[in-house]
Design a protein around this ligand. Structure first.
Ligand SMILES: O=C(O)[C@@H](CO)OP(=O)(O)O
Ligand SMILES: [Mg+2]
Length: 399
């Protein structure tokens, strides 16, 4: 009954105003699912390939659609995703595009849930999924590839670790975002916003730490629960010719490790994503050895949601956490497998949006379905609040 009867693909706009791929999947018994591919700016070297949307759509229509329609069941996610891999034939979705693949994979999951009359998180997670909810990491101040003339560090993220509920955590992050605006205003610093809706002031990283610390403290005092903060350093973007570049200043690999270790201690950071280059497992391992018992050291560009790269990290002791972005790897099955491997080895999963997003809410369901302890999906701005509001609804539904 969940036999796929049609797959429709089209170009729609993402939050940066770029075209992206949207997929509709229909089934024999009237099931319907729609999903859209997000898109990164600080993309990892080892991510699955995003093709120009019109090319990805043309290629998926030629190679993937005939293998799906009348052939596979939307309710059987592994079957759908295996068909996408077979249609593509490459290691990295360079034939049909990871953007077409992920849109179809997620749309099929929604069609499967629709046929069952179950919410997506339940279809993906099963009746006996855990009853935990992810803590949202909220981007408050940022720069890097997401905003010009702002901080070198890409993201300063509020982490409401003591929040009693998802809704309280979501509102707390929005309040930290507002408090940061007040502090910038008090300091006479004007700020535009970056791609993800974080403030993008022309301040150096040291001042951004100061502002974050104060913003988090104000809201934590007011709310009465613990709020920490963390970072996505997106260090592969800072790394060139063996050194990390912060404007005119540079740091050697050892200096970068010392710097991050000091930041973790000085600011009691809850989370540090990509503190080192995406090829440097050894430096990741050294940093994890030094501060991995105090904070999460998360691999985004390092692992790219890829089980082989994660396995290498596990073997070498690099990081203790993995960012999960379905479009980095192309299908929900691959993302699930990465989460499963991570969990087996005590690595925490952080399900994540991209800097270019749509109103699609699949990642909120994925995080709940897999019991992921964290989700990174912004703080404000429609394409970010779409996921956050969905999390609030899921939490209410799951009670
Ligand atoms: O680096 C990241 O973690 C993401 C999302 O915040 O950015 P992008 O989508 O640009 O890779
Ligand atoms: Mg990142």
């Amino acid at each position: 009954m969940t036999l796929i009867t049609a797959v429709r693909l089209r170009r729609i706009l993402d939050s940066r105003g770029n075209p992206t791929v949207e997929a509709d999947v229909l089934t024999e018994s009237g099931g319907f699912g729609r999903a859209a591919a997000p898109s990164g700016a600080s993309t990892g070297e080892y991510e699955a390939i995003e093709l120009p949307p019109s090319e990805a759509i043309a290629s998926a229509r030629e190679h993937a659609v005939p293998r799906l329609v009348g052939e596979v069941h939307a309710g059987n996610q592994r079957e759908v995703d295996a068909a996408l891999h077979a249609a593509d034939g490459s290691e990295d979705f360079s034939e049909i595009g990871a953007n077409s693949a992920v849109a179809i994979s997620m749309a099929a999951a929604k069609a499967g849930a629709d046929v069952l009359g179950a919410p997506l998180y339940q279809h993906l997670g099963g009746a006996f999924r855990g009853d935990n909810f992810p803590i949202p990491l909220g981007n408050v101040i940022g720069g890097g590839e997401h905003a010009k003339d702002a901080t070198n560090i890409q993201e300063f993220l509020a982490a409401p670790v003591g929040a009693p509920s998802v809704a309280e955590a979501v509102f707390a992050n929005a309040e930290v975002h507002a408090a940061a605006a007040d502090i910038l205003d008090e300091r006479g610093v004007p700020a535009a916003k970056g791609d993800e809706g974080a403030w993008a002031p022309a301040v150096d990283d040291a001042e951004a730490f100061d502002i974050m610390e104060e913003a988090v403290e104000r809201v934590a005092d007011d709310r009465g629960f613990e709020i920490k903060f963390g970072l996505d350093m997106a260090a592969a973007e800072l790394y060139e010719d063996g050194e990390y570049h912060y404007g005119d200043e540079t740091k050697s690999v050892d200096e970068q490790i010392d710097y991050v270790a000091e930041l973790v201690t000085d600011y009691d950071l809850a989370y540090v994503e990509d503190p080192l280059d995406e090829n440097d497992y050894e430096a990741f391992a050294e940093l994890t050895d030094r501060v991995g018992d105090q904070t999460l050291i998360c691999g985004d560009d390092l692992f790219v949601t890829n089980v082989s790269r994660l396995q290498e990290g596990i073997d070498k002791g690099a990081g203790n956490s993995i960012l999960i972005k379905p479009n980095q790897i192309g299908t929900l099955t691959d993302a699930f497998d990465a989460i499963e491997l991570a969990t087996e080895h005590g690595y925490k999963s952080v399900v994540s949006h991209r800097s270019g997003e749509t109103e699609d809410t699949t990642i909120a369901h994925l995080a709940v379905a897999t019991d992921a302890p964290f989700i990174k999906t912004g703080t404000v701005q429609g394409e970010r609040t779409a996921k956050l509001n969905e999390l609030i609804r899921i939490a209410e539904d799951a009670v």
